[in-house]
Design a protein around this ligand. Structure first.
Ligand code: ADP
Ligand code: MG
Length: 188
C-alpha cells in the first residue's frame, strides 16, 4: 500500500523552545496511525502541523507525494476533530454538520442528502433538530465527527477526542471511529 502522508525531518520550535526534533513518520492510505506520548510531548503540535494550523520550523509535510507546507488549512483535504467538540452552540445538529458545505455554496438538496448520510454513519439520523446543549458529550462528539466527515476528508485528524468524555460514552465514539476506518476506508 502507498504512503498517503509523510512527515520528513520535522522540527518545531516556538521562539527558542524546541518542541519537536527530527520527526519522521510515514502513514499509509487507510492506516489508523496513533501517536502516544506524555502531556506536552508535542502530539497536538504534530496534528496542528499536518492540518496546517502550525508550520514546521524545519522539514517537510508530504501528502500524496507533494510538499504541502505552504498549502493553507482550507485547501488541505484533512479535517480535524478536537477534544472539546467545538460545535456552534446556536445551530442545531443539521446546521452544524452542513456548515462547511453551506459556505462552499453547495446545492441545498445535496447538502441535505450528505448531512443525513453522515449523521446516519454516526448513528444520529434522528437528532437533526437537536441543539448541541440537548445532547450528551458522546453525542456532541459524534456530531463533530459527522461535521468533519461531511467535507469528505482524505485524512481525518483526531486529537484526544475521547479525553473530555464520561467513561461510559467513550465506547460509542470509538466504535464510530473504528467503523469509519474499517468500513469507510478513511485514513486516521
Ligand atoms: P501534547 O499535545 O503532546 O500534550 P503539545 O503539542 O500541545 O503537546 O505541546 C508541546 C509543547 O509545545 C508544550 O511544551 C507546549 O507548552 C508547547 N506549545 C504548544 N503550542 C505552543 C505555542 N503556540 N506557543 C508556545 N509553546 C507552545
Ligand atoms: Mg495535545
Amino acid at each position: 500500500m502507498n504512503d498517503i502522508l509523510e512527515l520528513s525531518n520535522i522540527s518545531k520550535s516556538y521562539g527558542s523552545t524546541k518542541v519537536l526534533e527530527n520527526i519522521n513518520i510515514k502513514i499509509k492510505n487507510n492506516e489508523f496511525f496513533t501517536i502516544l506520548g506524555s502531556s506536552g510531548s508535542g502530539k497536538s503540535t504534530i496534528i496542528r502541523m499536518i492540518g496546517g494550523f502550525a508550520k514546521p520550523t524545519i522539514g517537510e509535510i508530504i501528502f500524496e507525494n507533494n510538499i504541502i507546507n505552504e498549502v493553507p488549512i482550507f485547501q488541505r483535504p484533512f479535517n480535524t476533530v478536537f477534544q472539546d467538540y467545538a460545535l456552534f452552540p446556536n445551530m442545531n445538529v443539521f446546521n452544524n454538520v452542513g456548515f462547511g458545505l453551506k459556505i462552499k455554496n453547495i446545492n441545498k438538496n445535496i447538502i441535505n442528502e450528505k448531512v443525513l448520510e453522515v449523521l446516519s454513519i454516526v448513528g444520529l439520523e434522528n437528532f437533526s433538530n437537536r441543539m448541541p446543549q440537548e445532547l450528551s458529550g458522546g453525542q456532541q462528539q459524534r456530531v463533530a465527527i459527522a461535521r468533519a466527515l461531511a467535507m469528505r476528508p482524505k485524512v481525518m485528524l483526531l486529537d484526544e477526542i475521547t479525553s473530555a468524555l464520561d467513561p461510559e460514552v467513550v465506547g460509542e465514539v470509538l466504535n464510530v471511529i473504528r467503523s469509519l476506518n474499517k468500513e469507510h476506508n478513511l485514513t486516521m
